[in-house]
Write a protein that binds this ligand. Structure first.
Ligand SMILES: Nc1ncnc2c1ncn2[C@@H]1O[C@H](COP(=O)(O)OP(=O)(O)OP(=O)(O)O)[C@@H](O)[C@H]1O
Length: 266
């Protein structure tokens, strides 16, 4: 069981010069087991704060966050986090970086090697097992970070702008690969992004957030569109040209724009 449930969650930060700042206003969100949910919204709307609460790196001021029916009390191995900055260990090889968590867990070597080998293949890293991070491109480094998260077989994956530091072309390749990986190996995923296209392409459901204060303004089901449109079998650029996709993109942009206008008028 790995559903992630936010129940009446608020998050207030204490400001350095006194006073408080309401970063997240009362928020309810349920992410089903093996559901891939993308969260989009403008800078400062609280996307990272929500994810950090699921990761156990931050705690709600009021309300509860539960994963698999248990309150989150801190980080745990069943929830893997992937950040924009790849955070690889520069002195370790690709193989060692991917296998680090398994080693810490005491996984027998033969089992660990088999799991590492599987993700090296899946993430297109074959031939680079003995390279060090500085010998890899940004895209390759992020593949290592994603393999390192998946190899632990976590119930939930929490990804914060994982492709944010990549160039546009690499980003598209990574989006296609993540879709392939996520469909083959479904996990409960929270995926944070600024990119509306990326969210629609990857997710089963898109959560749209607004700011001042940070809150969910709408959640939109994408899964039926993907199924009806046969997106899985199509290259990403063709998916993004379909009327269903462009309509969804403009719907989400309108929501974001209207909310930003309301925040500016406030
Ligand atoms: N530790 C903190 N102390 C005070 N304020 C904070 C803290 N962490 C976040 N905030 C504030 O809470 C709000 C939400 O931040 P958060 O990083 O969650 O937004 P975000 O939507 O992820 O933004 P971005 O897209 O720019 O990463 C911001 O206004 C931010 O300045």
């Amino acid at each position: 069981m790995s559903e992630i449930v936010f129940r009446a969650v608020t998050k207030t930060f204490r400001l350095p010069r006194g006073g408080e700042f309401l970063a997240i206003d009362t928020t309810d969100l349920r992410i089903e087991e093996r559901e891939f949910v993308a969260i989009v919204g403008p800078s400062g709307c609280g996307k990272t704060t929500l994810m950090r609460m699921a990761a156990g790196l931050e705690f709600p001021s009021t309300g509860t966050v539960e994963v698999g029916g248990k309150p989150v009390r801190g980080p745990g191995p069943e929830r893997a986090v992937v950040f924009q900055q790849f955070a690889l260990m520069p002195w370790k090889t690709v193989r060692e970086n991917i296998g680090f968590g398994l080693m810490c867990k005491g996984t027998p070597k033969a089992e660990a090697d088999a799991a590492i080998g599987r993700y090296v293949e899946l993430m297109g890293l074959a031939g680079h097992e003995d390279s060090f991070p500085h010998q890899l491109s940004g895209g390759m480094q992020q593949r290592v970070a994603i393999a390192r998260a998946y190899v632990m077989n976590p119930a939930a994956l929490l990804m914060d702008e994982p492709f944010g530091a990549l160039d546009a072309q690499t980003r598209i390749v990574m989006q296609e690969e993540l879709v392939r990986l996520a469909r083959r190996n479904p996990r409960t995923v929270i995926f944070i992004t600024h990119a509306v296209d990326e969210a629609i392409y990857l997710a089963d459901r898109v959560v749209v957030m607004g700011r001042k204060p940070g809150r969910i303004i709408e959640t939109i089901d994408i899964k039926p569109l993907r199924a009806e449109g046969g997106w899985e079998a199509m290259p990403i650029e063709e998916v993004m040209d379909t009327p269903a996709f462009t309509h969804m993109r403009s719907r989400i942009w309108k929501l974001l724009k209207a909310r930003e206008q309301a925040a500016a008028d406030h």
